[in-house]
Design a protein around this ligand. Sequence first.
Ligand code: C2E
Ligand code: CA
Ligand code: CA
Length: 571
Amino acid sequence: MRSALGQKANTTKQVLLIEEIGNNLKRIEPLLAPMEQYQLTVCKNHTEAMQIMYASGADIVLLCCSSSPLPCQGMIADLIQCHPDLPIIAIGENISPEHGERLIQANATDYLSTDTLTSDSLLRCLRYAESTQQKNSEIDQLLHRDPLTTVGNRQFFYRALLQKLTQLPHVPRQLALITIDLDEFRKFNTRFGVSSGDQIVQDMCQRIQNSARADEVIARLGSDEFALILDCSPEEDLDIAVNAHINRLISVLKDPYIHGNESSVLNCSIGVALAPEHGIQLDELTRKATIARFSAKQVHGCSYSIFRSSMEEEINNQPDLAADLMNALRGEQFTLHYQPRIDLHSGRIVGAEALIRWNHPSRGLIMPSDFIPTSEKSGLIVPIGYWVIHQAGLHLQTIKTLGLHIDRLGVNLSFRQFRDDHLVSTIRRIITQNQIDTSVLEFELTESAIFNDEEHVRECLDALSEDGITFSLDDFGTGYSSFALLHKLPISALKIDRSFVSHVNDSNEAAEIVRSIISLAQNMKMKVIAEGVETREQLDFLINHQCDQIQGYYYSPPVSFEDFIRMLSTN
Ligand code: C2E
Ligand code: CA
Ligand code: CA
């Protein structure tokens, strides 16, 4: 099949004679037979012609026309939609110059009258059509090529996709539209300048090309956004092909990018929509691939999503929730609950983790899993996060005023909060204004939050630890678990993720992971806290393996501040 830019490697040209009207084969065939470079195929009607075009294509079409140009014009439109730069020669008896002009206006390349047809005029006309097509296709390539990367541009891509989608009802194929971009590319550009940005885009394009199949359509849609079309036969398993392709893409895109004397890790997000499964309309398919890519963006690191209809619902509901969250912040609808942290040596409460809840006026108490992701997506987690620190600070003061004490108060910091350039200065201001005892404050971070932008996070943590704040790694074992990270950052505690703790008694693997995290923490002189302890057996395992502290329903779920005070006073 011809590629979207219209090249064909074979030197023999396929001439398709469409003879719905008239009987020109008798005249054409003997004239064309000695011309070895042309191979003739004949078809008798519109359906047959379109089938041939979709299946194998043609290099030149000879379209037989009657004295009325109308039916011919319709046919030309259909052919052009199938192959935009196809040379079409209208052919008929006594085509008048007016009639010929109308055919050319309807996108025919040229016209021939059979009454004056000779071998010579036919050859000239074919050559002219070819060279016109060649020139058009050169112009076309220039217009449709991205100057920075030399792959196709946005116009090229949409045309190629449209062409493939129009063919779908006629040919049994399946397509995957894959869109790719980098996370925080804009930030990179601001920090390192556009020429470094251009270098990254070129490198990224090269990597995408290296991981693509030969027949794939690849284009740059803008800035750092690329798209490709995976075109599969019906025998191929599309899911497998898409997965294999994406794994190849991620494996090449996750490597650091070198620019000047520096190197940066830039994560990518990939969104996929499938045709015909998710639609055969261009707008619909591109929109769905973008939705999937946005959904992939919510996951740290290089990640991908294949479109699901629930993503659309989520997007539709998002503005409401985001607006609601805004009101919640203004209307003081958030509260903090506290889950005690128990020291296993003394059996006493030595700390707590502050966990946010939303007291919704009509929906009741909403748990963080139902609104933190949207807060992160909308950026509202930044002010909400400050509210949490502020509120936790007020509670710490109350604890002190009541003559009570805890060693540590854990406060969760989301990855998104590090994107706020004023993070350190704002936290410092909240601390000073509320006279928070920084030695009690322990921010809980996840490994992925750090991995996202290691340098920047390190700068923030270093600055905050100068003020006496400590840090723990939350959900430890589920993320990247880079030991280098533990050495480089001021982290004083590891929190073993609940998924391991809950299986210590029924999975050797979980037990082994918990044992190694405990000994890792001991070797690095860090405290180790097991999360989500629910049973006596889990507790016994942790005591036997010298875990320092636990948190979990076995001892207490998160409780209101008032209840926590009661627990502390009878500690
Ligand atoms: P997390 O930081 O891992 O918090 C621990 C979660 O485990 C809490 O869920 C807690 O209620 C739950 N949990 C504790 N012990 C047990 C147990 O024994 N069994 C079971 N099944 N669950 C237990 P919660 O309060 O729903 O919070 C969920 C997540 O929301 C937190 O996970 C944290 O990532 C996030 N989150 C909560 N508050 C904040 C906040 O103020 N800021 C940010 N950025 N995230 C928060
Ligand atoms: Ca936590
Ligand atoms: Ca956790």
